[in-house]
Design a protein around this ligand. Sequence first.
Ligand code: F6P
Length: 548
Amino acid sequence: MTSRTQLTSWQRLTSLADKYQNLNIMSEFQDDPKRFDKHHVALDNLMFDYSKNQFNDEIFNALVNYAKECDIEKARDDMFSGAKINQTEKRAVLHTALRSTSTEPFLVDEIDIREQINAELDKIKSFVKDIHQGAHTGYCGKTITDIVSIGVGGSNLGPEMVCNALENYAHDTLTVHFVSNVDGEQISQILKRVDPTSTLFIVASKTFTTSETMTNAATAKQWLLNHYQNEQAIAKHFIAVSSNLDKVASFGIDPNNTFAMWDWVGGRFSLWSAIALPIALYLGFENFQRILAGGENIDQHFVSAPLTQNIPVIMALLSFWHATFLNHQSQVILPYDQALTKFPAYLQQAEMESNGKSVSTDGTPLPYPTVAALWGEIGINGQHAFYQYLHQSANVVPADFIGSIHSHTALDNHHQILMANFFAQSQGLMTGVDESQVKAQLKEKGLKNEEIITLTPHKVHVGNKPTNTLLVDKLTPFALGQLVAIYEHKIFTQGVLLDIYSFDQWGVELGKVLAKDVEKQLAEQEIDNNQDSSTQGLLNYFLNKQRQ
Ligand code: F6P
């Protein structure tokens, strides 16, 4: 494959980045009254405005040409068709099949995955019904009131984010709790709040080997057995979601209580699979289906919209432009909807575990920056915390503003104030306040000339900060499915633009292996003298203090 930097369009982008170093977004609006019309995409229930970014027509066209030269459409079709695009793990990438309503057979390694998916959906549906109607009870016949979902990373972030976001849609008899941290504090706090006779544990782990999850699951199992003193209770109180049936069985969970996952679903793309069992239980199966429908709606958009009207493609191109050509090394997600509190953390794993890499698909080091660090917070809270940095630090942090037109609450005045801030912030980040405006404002306030001169530099906002705006009609299950799928396809597209493999995560392995080794040293109280002196010193200090 030709290296990305040798493509004609790459060279064009390099020269445009140089030519338009000082491109001013506001001037672009002044020069082109149709800029907003040209640079927003509206679907039925959502709108994506990307006009407040640092580009002009030349740059936009060059970015789209670059996507074409990278053969983005072929890469996309390969993913949807089940080609093994996760080449380092020799796996297909088919989370899209999980939300497809097609009835055509879909063969992967000669197995019809459509049948597998439908069978699993039926199993989820009937299990949800059994729990909601009290057919599946606790061991002593009590109705299940609490779900404790144990998992980490992709086996936790999606379900927790969605349950948190859509609590307005929750089934009123169930409470859901999430345990992800191996810090015993988290599970202890939750176990204090639930009753063993009416609690259902879901152990969600694709591999069923993740140390944090297995430790928490073992603690939960022991807690249940302490109450029942009878192994048979496990069948009523423990469910597994995993692709490792042997490990599930040796943990003691009945195969009938196990929901399947497959190699072709990556952990961070798994909220469309049985990993969503807590979602389906908490929100009901119909709402889970609406989330799937939202995802499928965006799949259809991603597959059929021209690149210049394609939301995930445009988002990816802009992030690529920002990080790789303009060297903006951080990006921020700013939801102005309380429902999306956990969305930035969810996206952090989705994007950074996928594309936080620096080697090309052919294994050579990449000569350019890949993705920026992603972080974020509910916008209003951010305004009173880090927006100072967004407005006035020398670093440029491209931002995604996400908001909704209708709120779930009847407190309309709250929503208008919230959204006034939403629109004002992206406007202010772009317009800034220049020296002459600051001086005029201070003069109007009656300040003396000397004070004006001293204060002015502190009050100038240079502006020109790039932002995207995503507005949904209302944060329904369908809309949330759309939002997640938009970012998933953005991440996929970024990987293609950057020429990296987005679906493996070797960088997470090193920590896991080393932690096992350190765990052994701590258990045996024998510190390895062949390791670096800092780690040796820390481990000795830790053990000595623990012994005191
Ligand atoms: O964080 C690393 C990772 O491998 C993720 O990709 C995955 O979602 C998570 O650990 C949990 O893995 P598992 O579902 O196998 O427990």
